[in-house]
Design a binder for this molecule. Structure first.
Ligand SMILES: [Zn+2]
Ligand SMILES: [Zn+2]
Length: 273
């Protein structure tokens, strides 16, 4: 069975999707349909083209990044956290035997939100692992699988040192991953694009849609910040391989304040961090 993959978002569909259909992820106002028209590929076409590779790179002890080159779909970075368990955070579309060998063994995978679902079911079934998605985003799952575990509530411990937090915002089920023992025990937060590290790496931002630049309401940003205030982390790695290297918890707090002040019409000159 050849499952179609949307070339704009990189998400794989189930067998009911045909070449004449339009991607449900891209027709949502948070994404966009390719201005040249919807186009599809398949994983086997990607593999036989010989065009792509997904590279696994050591970021620091216990943390590896996975990036596909050349850029495919949204171009996100996935991460492999090796704490008490080996957990894949988010997903990239391109998967072949070389990637499988480089990743080795996995215990579980978890997703921040639908834009990075990619070929998540191929990954979960290949590695024989549970795939954790917040139940609030269930409607966006385009290829069902018995590997998918829909979790509920606002927190889920995947292991002794990895905790998922549903913070909402970009999507209702939008989730970030806390790795308590990362960065020599100071804590790392993997955020997908639920919290994005911006050009000035002492700051982050929060959006309903990044490609279409739709902001979030002040109340939502305040709620996201209030959850993260109580999570202990010193660094953030986002889905575009942007990193807040130190003092990341404070960066989230001051960025949320600045965002809310701007929405309320108060943009002012600040000291550089
Ligand atoms: Zn799409
Ligand atoms: Zn997104």
């Amino acid at each position: 069975m050849q499952f179609l993959i949307c070339t704009t978002c990189g998400v794989q569909m189930d067998e009911s999707m045909t070449q004449d259909d339009v991607c449900p992820i891209c027709t949502d106002e948070r994404q966009y349909v390719n201005p040249n028209g919807q186009s599809w590929t398949t994983l086997s076409d990607m593999i036989s083209s010989g065009t792509y590779q997904t590279t696994v790179t050591e970021e620091q002890s216990g943390l590896q990044s996975l990036v596909t080159t050349p850029k495919f779909g949204i171009g996100q970075t996935a991460y492999l956290v090796t704490g008490t368990k080996r957990i894949l955070w988010d997903c990239v579309t391109y998967l072949d035997q070389t990637v499988i060998d480089a990743v080795g063994q996995l215990d579980a995978m978890a997703l921040s939100h639908p834009h990075y679902y990619a070929t998540q079911v191929e990954w979960a079934e290949t590695f024989g692992i549970p795939l954790y998605i917040h139940e609030a985003d269930q409607e966006w799952v385009t290829r069902p699988s018995k590997q998918i575990v829909f979790w509920s509530g606002d927190q889920l411990a995947l292991s002794e040192d990895v905790i998922l937090h549903r913070i909402g915002g970009h999507f209702e089920g939008a989730t970030v991953l806390e790795w308590t023992t990362g960065n020599d025990g100071r804590g790392i937060l993997l955020t997908g694009d639920i919290v994005r590290v911006v050009a000035d790496r002492a700051w982050v931002s929060f959006m309903y849609s990044y490609p279409n630049l739709i902001p979030l309401p002040a109340t939502t940003v305040a709620e996201m910040a209030s959850v993260l205030k109580d999570v202990r982390f010193n660094q953030i790695y986002d889905a575009f391989h942007k990193i807040v290297v130190t003092d990341a918890n404070a960066a989230v707090a001051r960025s949320a304040s600045r965002y809310i002040e701007a929405l309320n019409g108060n943009v002012k000159k600040r000291e550089r961090q």
